[in-house]
Design a protein around this ligand. Structure first.
Ligand SMILES: NC(=O)c1ccc[n+]([C@@H]2O[C@H](COP(=O)([O-])OP(=O)(O)OC[C@H]3O[C@@H](n4cnc5c(N)ncnc54)[C@H](O)[C@@H]3O)[C@@H](O)[C@H]2O)c1
Length: 405
């Protein structure tokens, strides 16, 4: 039996691109369950000291909405988590079922938003301008319908191929020209979400490896509209362990010769990553993290294999071949077996809370203090997990000492 909850009007919208995906379904189910006090807060960073002393969003303050190219439903995405991954149980699904149905009314199904760079520019199914206008309109309607103070856009859409880089994406004028010319070969749907969000003065979180947030045009727009954004690519599994462990080798002066990783995953993300074009950026993010921590470049190999029977349960096997005193070679291996969506969803909720807080403080542009949450943090060279966490602690402590008026 669910305890009846007092009426609470949500004040912040969280609008998700990829709202029918595994992370979105886990996030919405989890935050709905938290709002009903049905589950503990394990896995959330922002409930720990000193963050728990900041005035961060309550789960009940959030109203979800979004867009997906799949015309399934949140309820069926959540049910499939129960059946395939066993990460949520039937009782929990029953308890949040009504909420999921309500939220579904604010999720737009747009199969035409799939980014297909091979579509001829003069005969596209939906032009970039049309996609952006639809997103902007939906953001405005969502905000108005629920009388929301602000809407935070979170990109949880599938991995996409990385377009060739163009100098035009480096200025807002150039990007707007590319959009007007319908250059789908250069401007992806993820970049459209970033652009539309910032035009509508919505903070933007890029949890995917997809492009957009690093473009000069997006930084220019965020600065002009004084809106915060952050990314790229949530740090949830193998890279999380790597960026924690590498420090140990560095401070013992153990020379890492090779660090090889094999990732096996069976969810939709794994299926999308099977395509070499889609996984290019993800591999680049995973491979780059060690150099800054170690101070040199060992041999690094990362592979991603799709194994459907594993579902949302990912296995990452890493082999670290290193040299110690007297030049003696040694080996360390680890196996990480984690449920991808269960690791990712609390991070997204932490990010939403911290981005909302940054808005309340009048902060804008790339939020560097959120580096600890990302494989490839914007504007931060520091990759060591503990140093990144210290940046976040420092930020919180500064705000606790000097609270905004
Ligand atoms: N799970 C993790 O630990 C983790 C870590 C870092 C990054 N990510 C990234 O997060 C994203 C989501 O992961 P997931 O496991 O939920 O994947 P998923 O495949 O379950 O969900 C992605 C959803 O995006 C939708 N989609 C595809 N193209 C779209 C578009 N153009 N617009 C709107 N929706 C679109 C798909 O239909 C799908 O429902 C992926 O890009 C993944 O690489 C995941």
């Amino acid at each position: 039996m669910t305890t009846p909850q007092p009426e609470h009007h949500p004040r912040i919208g969280v609008w998700i691109a990829g709202a029918h995906g595994d992370i979105a379904a886990t996030l919405i189910t989890g935050v709905s369950a938290l709002a009903m006090s049905l589950v503990p807060t394990t896995g959330l960073t922002t409930v720990m000291p000193p963050f728990d002393r900041l005035p961060l969003l309550d789960p009940r303050d959030i109203r979800f909405g979004g867009i997906d190219v799949r015309s399934s439903s949140l309820a069926s995405a959540a049910k499939s988590l129960e059946e395939r991954s066993h990460t949520v149980d039937r009782d929990l699904l029953d308890a949040v079922g009504v909420r999921l149905k309500e939220i579904e009314q604010d999720i737009l199904s747009r199969p035409d938003v799939v980014w297909d760079p091979s579509a001829p520019a003069n005969r596209p199914p939906t032009s970039l301008v049309e996609v952006i206008e639809a997103v902007k309109e939906q953001l405005r309607a969502f905000r108005a319908k629920h009388a929301l103070e602000r809407v935070i856009v979170v990109n949880l859409s599938s991995v996409q191929p990385t377009p060739v880089s163009s100098p035009l994406t480096e200025s807002l004028r150039g990007l707007e020209q590319l959009i007007a010319d319908n250059r789908k070969d250069l401007v992806t749907s993820s970049a459209c979400y970033a652009y539309a969000a910032l035009v509508e003065r919505c903070p933007y979180i890029n949890f995917t490896p997809n492009v957009g947030t690093r473009w000069g045009s997006i930084a220019e727009l965020a600065k002009r509209n004084r809106i915060p954004f952050c990314g790229d690519d949530g740090k949830t599994g193998e890279t999380l362990v790597k960026t924690a462990l590498a420090h140990m080798f560095a401070c013992r002066n153990l020379q890492v010769m090779s660090w090889e990783g094999v990732n096996l995953l069976g969810n939709n993300d794994g299926r999308a990553l099977e395509n070499p074009l889609n996984r290019e950026m993800k591999l680049r993010h995973k491979e780059r993290v060690l150099d800054g921590i170690l101070g040199y470049s060992p041999h690094v190999g990362v592979s991603i294999n799709y194994v459907p029977s594993l579902g949302d349960w990912k296995t990452a096997w890493n082999l670290i071949h290193f040299r110690g005193f007297l030049g003696v070679p040694m080996t360390m291996q680890f196996i990480w077996q984690g449920c991808d969506s269960v690791l990712a969803a609390p991070l997204v909720f932490d990010l939403v809370r911290l981005v909302d807080f940054a808005c309340c403080q009048g902060e804008y542009g790339p939020l560097r203090h959120l580096a600890v949450f990302f494989k490839s943090p914007l504007g931060v060279a520091e990759m060591d997990l503990q140093s990144q966490y210290r940046m976040l602690l420092h930020y919180a402590e500064q705000h606790l000492q000097n609270p905004a008026e």
